[in-house]
Design a protein around this ligand. Structure first.
Ligand SMILES: Nc1ncnc2c1ncn2[C@@H]1O[C@H](COP(=O)(O)OP(=O)(O)OP(=O)(O)O)[C@@H](O)[C@H]1O
Ligand SMILES: [Mg+2]
Length: 254
């Protein structure tokens, strides 16, 4: 199995001296390519902190984060940014869109950073927007969208670069269940069809159960790490069918 992420003795302390707080304590963990991993735990347990370190958005106080065997703390920031932009997609609420820009401009951004030739950018962005069913909103300003639509733009932006790993922090938080299911389907579809590794922080046990692995965190330490089933694909597709059936019924009612 191909280890995409490996962390060794990871510790994160915020602040200094009297206000120092150790949010993660000596975490050891590896994630294989194609896994879907749920990180669960109470509020304040360290989930987002761990996610930020795995996604190379923050640096550990101690320990190592290896991405495809590369020790990330040794990379220059330019190489780090490149690696992140090429391989990762983020669905983070606080990683919000540029509100004044249009939906299309928001989705084009990672492609600009990746220096994809101009002519290819729009096609790729439109394809991603089609997947999240927002083709009709491409010219709208990001601020003018509903919460669920904004979340879908974030997903389009996360997938537009064909990332190998998608990090999602509460991807279905604050969404109605139908929109949440749609986003869940989207993510697991990428996992199943394209082998994208999913790492999802969630409070939603149902969403966690769709993952093939559940890591539980409490007070900055891993208290359990369970590989639930190897064949999560089956469950994800069952859920997808249910969702498809639900949408069909809803349309029939209209
Ligand atoms: N920048 C920071 N400075 C100081 N303390 C921080 C900082 N960020 C997080 N913490 C603290 O670290 C702990 C873990 O925070 P983290 O955001 O990882 O929790 P979480 O598990 O994601 O919680 P939630 O479910 O509420 O999002 C918390 O006690 C939090 O107050
Ligand atoms: Mg959090």
């Amino acid at each position: 199995m191909n280890k995409v992420i490996e962390v060794k003795n990871l510790t994160k302390t915020y602040g200094k001296k009297a206000t120092a707080f150790t949010a993660l304590k000596n975490i050891n963990l590896s994630i294989n390519e194609g896994e879907s991993v749920a990180i669960v735990g109470k509020s304040g347990s360290g989930k987002s902190t761990l996610m930020h370190l795995l996604a190379l958005l923050d640096k550990p106080t101690k320990g190592e984060v290896l991405i495809d065997g590369i020790e990330s703390t040794k990379l220059k920031s330019r190489d780090l940014n490149k690696l992140r932009n090429e391989r990762f997609g983020f669905v983070f609420q606080q990683f919000f869109m540029n509100a004044g820009d249009t939906v299309l401009e928001n989705v084009l951004l990672p492609l600009k950073i990746a220096k994809l030739p101009r002519g290819k950018r729009k096609k790729a962005a439109m394809e991603a927007l089609k997947i999240v069913d927002l083709e009709s909103k491409t010219k709208n300003k990001a601020t003018d969208l509903s919460g669920g639509q904004k979340q879908r733009v974030c997903i389009a932006r996360a997938i537009v670069n064909n990332p190998r790993i998608i990090f999602a922090d509460e991807p279905t938080g604050n969404l109605d269940s139908a929109t949440g299911d749609k986003i869940t389907d989207l993510l697991f579809n990428l996992n199943k069809k394209q082998g994208v590794t999913l790492i999802i922080v969630t409070h939603d046990e149902d969403l966690a159960k769709l993952c093939n692995r559940i890591i539980r965190i409490s007070d900055g330490t891993i208290i359990s790490d369970q590989t639930v089933r190897k064949d999560l694909k089956k469950t994800a597709s069952i859920k997808r069918e249910t969702e498809a059936a639900r949408v069909k019924k809803a349309n029939e009612r209209k």
